[in-house]
Design a binder for this molecule. Structure first.
Ligand code: HAM
Length: 419
């Protein structure tokens, strides 16, 4: 039997309403903050991620679904949304748009060849936002407040926001030099990835999953001490403004994030709900001041976050929060014999084209089974069609919520239900 690929999932019809509720909410909140949807292709030139996300990252080194197309070009299924948005920004010359900053959101499948684990999928739906074109602590705060607003709007309580500053390029460089000095003498005690990282991006060593307990990581220099005055001031303002609007956070000086493009503000939102599983990061993001130039774009800066719907669902489950199922169909038509069964199709057609959701039992089961089916479909009203109904031209409309019944003319049924 052919099976679904590892790390992917079918969203079954009985579950898809949860996704729809979340997606609607995300769109609604994005609109509140004036972010507009940007859709980019599912695959991009591999080079976009190699340069944009960074050659020293796990995403680029280990996790990309890369293939050669029939024209011999190397293509990659998008592993994240920021680099494609920036590519589109540059290509469409959005820096000349009258609306600045450019504020976009996306909600699309992403692909990463990751080890299978709870909360870690090879295809997942990432919702993300990006604000490009303004460098001001207030926009960083806007992004963070929207992030918190999303999770809080679902009633989640066990949320912990960690923030850090990676500083500007100058600060980042000074810090990287200090890390090299710190790790170099004993780098052979680290995994082979870290032995490469010391040359390509020493900050990534701090984020190593294998070596995380090494004493040198625990005593590593702290980035805050390498921030220049400008970077410190930027960070202080972000923190002040967050406090001003009542957003709780904790500073984590070891937070460097898994992608190379971050500068200044970097953050992760975690769940500390019991039973969440090992992967507790709900969302991550930050500011990327050099990314546009790195991709041959204008000297503009951006900030954003990404979050998967899969992990949001896990957080809801861990906190016992249920999403309310939408209402069922408007009317269920039961039929008693062949004649009414054959005529029911016409009635259904009329109902549906008038905007009333309706269904019937195509299997012609017994009335009791049909009533059960109506219940399962959470029908708001039920009618039973038989010889008598066609003779008198009247049906008994049963309200399934309160059990009340009412006699209605068959040819008035559509009008009645429309009201
Ligand atoms: P990221 O930290 O790689 O950042 O991913 C962001 C979020 O995507 C994670 O916090 C998680 O919710 C979700 N995610 C990542 N990998 C998986 C997976 N295998 N299964 C399920 N969910 C996953 C980025 O992607 C950046 N582009 C975020 C960003 C936007 N930074 C600035 N703007």
């Amino acid at each position: 039997m052919i099976q679904i690929p590892r790390g992917t999932q079918d969203i079954l019809p009985g579950e898809s309403y949860k996704w729809q509720i979340i997606e609607d909410r995300l769109r609604e909140i994005a609109a509140n903050y004036n972010y507009h949807e940007l859709r980019t292709p599912i695959f991009e030139a591999t080079e976009l991620f190699e340069r944009g996300v960074g050659g020293s990252t796990d995403i680029v080194n280990k996790e990309m679904y890369t293939f050669e197309d029939k024209g011999g070009r190397s293509m990659t299924l998008r592993p994240e949304g920021t680099a494609p948005v920036v590519r589109s920004y540059i290509e469409n010359k959005m820096q000349h748009d009258v609306n600045q900053p450019i504020k976009v959101f996306y909600k699309e499948p992403m692909f990463r060849y990751e080890r299978r684990q709870k909360g870690r999928y090879r295809q997942f739906v990432q919702f993300g936002i990006e604000a490009i074109g303004v460098e001001n602590p207030l926009i960083d705060v806007e992004v963070l407040s929207m992030l918190m607003h999303i999770y809080q709007s679902f009633g989640l309580k066990n949320l912990k926001l960690y923030i850090n500053s990676i500083g500007d390029h100058e600060s980042r460089k000074a810090y990287n030099d200090a890390l090299v000095e710190h790790f170099r003498p004993r780098i052979d005690e680290f995994c082979s990835d870290c032995q490469n990282r010391i040359n390509t991006n020493p900050m990534r060593i701090l984020d190593c999953k294998k070596d995380r307990d090494h004493e040198l990581i625990k005593n590593a220099p702290v980035i805050y001490n390498f921030l220049n005055d400008e970077s410190k001031e930027y960070f202080e303002t972000v923190k002040e403004k967050l406090t001003e609007i009542g957003i709780d956070y904790e500073v984590d000086y070891n937070l460097v994030r898994g992608l190379d493009y971050y500068t200044h503000t970097a953050f992760e939102l975690m769940s500390d709900a019991e039973g969440f599983g090992a992967i507790t990061t709900l969302s991550g993001g930050g500011r990327y001041n050099g990314l546009l130039e790195l991709l041959d774009g204008p000297k503009e800066t951006g900030i954003g976050f990404g979050m998967s719907i899969e992990r949001l669902l896990l957080a809801l489950e861990a906190e016992g929060i249920e999403l309310e199922q939408p209402e069922g169909i408007g009317l269920y038509v039961c039929t008693l014999d062949d004649n009414s069964f054959n005529k029911a199709g016409t009635l259904l057609h009329e109902l549906r084209t008038s905007g009333i959701s309706a269904d019937m039992d195509y299997k012609q089961r017994k009335l009791k089974a049909q009533m059960k089916d109506a219940d399962r479909k959470r029908a708001q009203f039920v009618i039973v069609l038989g010889e008598q109904e066609f003779e008198t031209g009247k049906v008994e409309l049963k309200n399934m919520k309160n059990g009340e019944t009412q006699n209605v003319q068959l040819d008035e049924l559509v009008n009645y239900l429309e009201d």
